[in-house]
Design a protein around this ligand. Sequence first.
Ligand SMILES: [Fe+2]
Ligand SMILES: [Fe+2]
Length: 280
Amino acid sequence: MNFETNKDVLDWYERQERSLTDEFIGAIPWNEVKNHPLDDKFIPVLLYMRDVETLTDMYHRELLRTPTGKDPYISKFMERWGVEEITHGEVLNRFLNEAGYETDDDWQNQVRRDVSTSYNATAYLMMLLTKMIGKKFTATHMTFGAIHEMEAALGYRRLMKLADHPVLTHIINGIIREESVHAQFYRSVARLELEKNEFSQKMARWIIERFWAPVGQGSLAKSRTEYAISVLFAEDEAIDGLEKTVTQRVRQLPGFDGITKITDVISDMAGHRPMEAEAA
Ligand SMILES: [Fe+2]
Ligand SMILES: [Fe+2]
């Protein structure tokens, strides 16, 4: 798709229908969840994904205070995007409950309260940079968003395959359809913003090379990120998928040719040997 303005991207987004409608959620065979085995090792991964989804609105509120959030098309997108991510968290929580893993009625507030202090430090740094750089920082925000959405979609695809639970597969397929739409939005706006000037490209690349980390790291305990990544990306084929569906797409963005950061960070966290060592 070739968009010329952020408005074009928003118009496209608004034409996409939600996958996780009330009808979709109501028709999920919840009472069958218990009939299929679910390996315990996936519980912390599901909780991690649930919490990442839930914390989206915190990030959303922060972004609204920046020039990026003042872009009328991006802020319009973010309103619906925030709602969609919250639904993802809620559906995952219900799945956990149906699978026999009880959660507190107040779980959403608990997740928000437990945000790690390192998150506040990073958020503060981002806020300072945003204030200094202003509108040109939008390209960085959008590139970050694009990478997070693509990584999340792949993480879900991995979980679906490894857990091999029919009801979870059905739910995740719905989530992935929405994540793919989000990724397309962010990627398209990132491209438009990056194309505007070389400064935006240099800035975005510099920030991502230094600060990019898997989605959720920084707001949730690092050990939880490491656990989720090590379960989902232990196999070589997962790293191949990451390279093809995330890193190679990031390389197509203006100013990002040759980037290896995403594959490097995740393969390292998942315990793979560095690529050079394998080649040698
Ligand atoms: Fe999501
Ligand atoms: Fe998303």
